[in-house]
Design a protein around this ligand. Structure first.
Ligand SMILES: Nc1ncnc2c1ncn2[C@@H]1O[C@H](COP(=O)(O)OP(=O)(O)OP(=O)(O)O)[C@@H](O)[C@H]1O
Ligand SMILES: [Mg+2]
Length: 397
């Protein structure tokens, strides 16, 4: 069969095939390019990530606090570091140069070579570091299972604050400072806040680790200001949590970090020694690690009253459970039975247990906690605690 039109058609077909082949080639090369760009992008992402990490590292504490003394024509800065010496430094490019004037407080990176941050005037640091609560909203009835400890602390903190004349007439000096010690989550902070609230004292709290880690070079000065503030706001209770960070036994006083901690502790001891036991400032310290405290801190006239806040025993656990079960809707839950099953748990764990049981009830569309919810929650809380222990969140004391 002959078809006169077949030749042009064949040609057309050939052309089409050629065109398709060309396009396919183009497509392939474009795809290769996309692939290429993707891998460039991947590389760039990695690069950005590395830069971000580097930036974060350089911004991570501890920093050296310094004050700018002079801005040199070449754009460098002369700064006086809070640890003593003057440094010639540069500034990190992302900082606003306008802000970097003589007198500005800045943070240097760890090596002390670069200004990495502009710090607020020192008063702000102070306010950020310390929490001042005029009257904490906690009472002794919120603290369960610690009756003995409550009466001890009332005797050494509340009584001298409220009735100093009793001591004056008797001619004895009440203790200035008490130390609460024991494992985490058993009510040290809670008890300290309750005392402040019940005595109508201002509660000024700060955390030892923050004092030494975040404000390198400022610990001693902040300690001094802390006590000034306490006197100004008296009657007041100064609460130093994690006091072991400031007052641990010296490991190596030749390290500059250690020297800094030592200076802070010296200042703390000087402040305690310097104030009047009959004045209306009392100090409460708290620690998980009484074993590592410097004995100098525990000498007579300083933290000479130690109150242990231990893990609750069975009766204590029952009281804590009762306290938290009263705040929720529960039916048929016997705190005594639950106390039997929660050996080794802290007050914080028991509070979590009740919360978790509430969640379980809600998940199952019930409005009241039943004893099976407690059982489910117990497994959850135990597992959570184990995990925390495995990753080292809970310090074993
Ligand atoms: N004895 C208790 N009575 C009532 N609640 C408690 C008790 N112990 C702990 N809790 C609950 O656990 C929370 C944490 O306790 P708290 O902060 O007082 O522990 P802590 O002993 O200071 O622990 P850390 O050593 O970790 O600072 C409290 O806010 C409270 O809800
Ligand atoms: Mg605490």
């Amino acid at each position: 069969m002959s078809n006169p039109g077949s030749k042009p058609l064949d040609d057309f077909q050939r052309q089409e095939d050629q065109r398709t082949a060309q396009l396919e080639e183009q497509l392939q090369s474009l795809q290769a390019e996309i692939q290429n760009l993707k891998s460039v992008m991947e590389d760039m992402r990695g690069y950005i990530k590395r830069l971000e990490e580097e930036r974060e590292r350089s911004l991570a504490y501890p920093h050296i606090e310094a004050v700018i003394l002079d801005v040199l024509p070449n754009g460098n800065y002369v700064v006086k570091s809070s640890t003593g010496p003057n440094f010639l430094v540069v500034s990190s490019p992302e900082l606003n140069k306008e802000q970097l004037k003589p007198g500005t407080r800045v943070a240097l990176n760890q090596r002390g070579s670069t200004i990495v941050d502009v710090l607020p005037p020192s008063q702000d640091v102070f306010v950020r570091l310390m929490e001042v609560e005029e009257r904490p909203n906690v009472s002794f009835s919120d603290v369960a299972g610690l009756d003995e400890q409550i009466s001890l602390i009332r005797e050494v903190v509340e009584l001298p604050l409220q009735k100093p004349e009793l001591f004056r007439e008797m001619g004895i000096e009440p203790p200035k400072a008490v130390l609460l010690y024991g494992p985490p989550g058993c009510g040290k902070t809670l008890l300290a806040r309750a005392v402040a609230s019940e005595t109508k004292a201002t509660f000024i709290s700060l955390v030892g680790t923050e004092l030494v880690q975040k404000y390198v070079g400022e610990g001693a000065r902040l300690t001094r200001e802390l006590f000034e503030l306490a006197k100004k706001k008296s009657p007041s209770i100064v609460f130093i949590d994690e006091i072991d960070a400031v007052a641990g036994k010296r490991v190596d006083a030749s390290l500059s970090g250690e020297r800094e901690v030592q200076r802070t502790m010296m200042q703390l001891l000087a402040e305690i020694d310097g104030f009047d036991p009959l004045g209306n400032v009392k100090i409460i310290g708290a620690t998980n690690r009484v074993d590592i405290l410097d004995p100098a801190l525990l000498r007579p006239g300083r933290f000479d009253r130690l109150i242990e806040i231990p893990l609750p025993n069975k009766a204590g656990r029952r009281e804590i459970l009762q306290l938290y079960l009263r705040k929720v809707r529960a039916e048929g839950v016997d705190p005594g039975v639950v106390a039997d099953m929660t050996e080794g748990m802290s007050g914080a764990d028991l509070r979590d247990l009740v919360t978790e049981a509430g969640m379980t009830a809600i998940r199952n569309d019930r409005k009241v906690i039943a004893s099976r919810d407690i059982m489910t929650a117990l497994e959850v809380v135990k597992r959570r605690k184990q995990r925390m222990q495995d990753v080292g969140y809970i310090r074993r004391t």
